[in-house]
Design a protein around this ligand. Structure first.
Ligand code: AMP
Length: 584
């Protein structure tokens, strides 16, 4: 499965309707397994594919089936395609994938699995389904009851073959395959190829196209030295987990890879809400828009670039500290390409991968290719993040102490010493420094993110010292400033005595104040014009020397933050984020 020859879905010969559907889904290019499997399957050939979940294999077999069915009418109880899967979850997932890819084509899919009433499944089959996605046991039950007839079958897919065998379905598979026409097309997908799978392939596949992951072809030497970490996290908790990991890592600039355009847009939006300066980059954007993003990234005006592989191809930014895989890449080669973007110019690079528990196999394939370990860690808790931030503050203070040259501040200490204990003075100063580097409180702080044991422990390294890798140098004054440069005494304290109901009103912090010539009217104007918010809804406005605080209806706040981040106030760009101390 080579990455080098880039092919589009259209190159694979898929019809217009399917292509339009894929484009709507935000898929930009086929994955390696799709490039390798779609053409032979469309020709009607048999296939043996070594592919785990997360490689895009469902589309690899679903698209050719849909293409081949075309406009053919469904016949009651006699499907054209049967997909056998080991579990009911997978039956639902695969039939949903068929639904998604077949939108607007009139092709029908019915899932049948144990635990669901027969009646419902029988109605579905009677109505005439083009495709049946089934667990083997239940498929056999329907065959015995004669509510399923496989005599018109054109294609059988055995998905997750090794798992089906592990679950004791070997005999059922034989019985089902024997009830299908000899002329059928058969494809067998399996993450591993033990002898029992080879024997099924031997008996049931006719001179199949073989798509195998090459063994022992390590790319040692060409894999850059970067710290590689993976977190096992369910899809539902991915964004919350990523927020924490980013807070912990404090990247100067991270390139975050997503699978689709839609995912890029959604993730970029959510990360803006976490207080980061985020730009999206995908194939749906014009060259001009992409150039603008790259310029900002090179000029250190962004913290995070969220991108698809296609859009990020060829990106080369020196100060890229982190590459984040929001999903495990569809091929180990793609992983290597991605992480090669960081760790340039002698700097330490960090590669972070979020993997769904089912995708652990893909990590193992990557380790085999790169001959390097990927440390699997648990998602940091809010406490971990806090502790790391304190470490960062400590290191920054230590740096200052070593550098010296703070005579002008000694006067302040001396004056305060007349009144307070020097230890307290130091602690108070450190609190101010610390709070200035602190990110915004996140809604996700309260989210419980379940941890997963890494399954398949053999190949995972356990040997990383601790969650290490952070170096004091990671703290930068720019970042401190970015996270809020509120001077001493300017914290708004706990209480909110600002009039409007605090549950409805939220405050935003704008890193510009009277010193920049900003007046309350400028803020009202910017908010009303740039974010299209009714000025009457704006609450209290406080313009201090170096910053301003504006109270807004919570419903408007995200829009305002987004708009002000790209707007200018008194001719200048200013940093804007939620005012943490007030958030209720
Ligand atoms: P699978 O390996 O079939 O479980 O697919 C894993 C995920 O990748 C699914 O969420 C698919 O929607 C997504 N996917 C499959 N093919 C592509 C593609 N060519 N581009 C982007 N995402 C894809």
């Amino acid at each position: 499965m080579k990455e080098s020859v880039k092919k589009s879905f259209a190159d694979l010969g898929l019809g217009k309707e399917l292509l339009a559907g894929l484009s709507t889904l935000g898929y930009e290019e086929p994955t390696p397994i799709q490039i390798a499997a779609i053409p032979p399957l469309m020709e009607g050939r048999d296939l043996l594919g070594q592919a785990a979940t997360g490689t895009g294999k469902t589309a690899a077999f679903a698209l050719p089936i849909l293409h081949r069915i075309g406009k053919t009418k469904a016949v009651p109880n006699k499907p054209f395609a049967l997909v056998l899967v080991p579990t009911r979850e997978l039956a639902v997932q695969v039939s949903e994938a068929f639904h998604t890819y077949s939108k607007g084509t009139g092709i029908s899919v019915v899932p049948i699995y144990g635990g669901q009433e027969f009646r419902r499944q029988i109605i579905g089959l009677d109505r005439g389904a083009h495709i049946v996605v089934a667990t083997p046991g239940r498929a056999l039950d329907h065959l015995r009851r004669e509510t399923l007839d496989l005599s018109a079958l054109k294609t059988v897919i055995l998905d997750e073959g090794d798992e089906m065998l592990d679950m004791g379905f070997a005999e059922d598979l034989e019985l089902i395959l024997n009830a299908t026409p000899k002329t059928r097309q058969t494809a067998l997908f399996s993450a591993t190829l033990p002898p029992r799978i080879a024997s099924i392939a031997e008996r049931h596949l006719k001179s199949p196209e073989r798509i195998l992951i090459p063994r022992d072809k390590g790319t040692k030497g060409s894999v850059p030295k970067v710290r590689q970490t993976a977190y096992l996290v369910s899809r539902a908790h991915k964004i919350a987990a990523l927020g924490r990991v980013l807070d912990l890592e404090s990247p100067t600039l991270a390139l975050i890879f997503c699978r689709t355009r839609l995912e890029v847009d959604e993730l970029a939006d959510r990360l803006v809400g976490h207080g980061y300066r985020v730009e999206a980059l995908h194939g749906g954007m014009s060259q001009q828009e992409r150039d603008r993003v790259m310029k900002k990234a090179r000029g250190a005006m962004v913290d995070l670039v969220v991108a698809t592989d296609v859009a990020a191809r060829g990106i080369d930014i020196d100060h890229l500290t982190h590459v984040v895989n929001f999903n495990v890449p569809m091929s180990p080669e793609s992983y290597v390409h991605r992480i090669g973007r960081t760790g340039r110019a002698g700097r330490e690079g960090v590669a972070i991968t979020l993997a769904e528990p089912r995708e652990h196999r893909l990590l193992r394939n990557i380790e085999q290719l790169t001959k390097q370990k990927i440390a699997v860690e648990t998602v940091p808790t809010p406490m971990d993040v806090k502790a790391r931030r304190l470490d960062m503050t400590k290191a920054a203070v230590r740096e200052q102490l070593q550098a010296g040259g703070f005579d002008e501040f000694r006067v302040v200490v001396e004056t305060l010493s007349a009144e307070f204990d020097p230890m307290d003075i130091a602690a108070a100063a450190i609190r101010i420094a610390h709070e200035a580097t602190e990110g915004e409180a996140s809604n996700d702080d309260d989210v419980h993110i379940p941890t997963y044991e890494k399954s398949g422990p053999k190949n995972f390294s356990n040997d990383r010292p601790q969650r290490g890798g952070w170096t004091p140098g990671a703290w930068t004054p720019e970042r401190a400033a970015r996270k809020g440069d509120r001077p001493a005494g300017d914290r708004s304290g706990g209480g909110d005595a600002r009039g409007a109901d605090p549950r409805d009103m939220v405050r935003i912090y704008i890193a510009g104040g009277a010193r920049m010539g900003i007046r309350p009217a400028d803020l009202v104007g910017a908010i009303a014009n740039e974010a299209d918010v009714n000025p009457r809804g704006i609450g209290d406005i406080e313009v201090a020397e170096s910053f301003s605080i504006v109270e807004l209806p919570s419903a408007d706040v995200d829009r305002v933050i987004k708009a002000l981040r790209v707007a200018t106030i008194r001719g200048r760009r200013v940093k804007v984020h939620l005012d943490k101390g007030i958030r209720k």
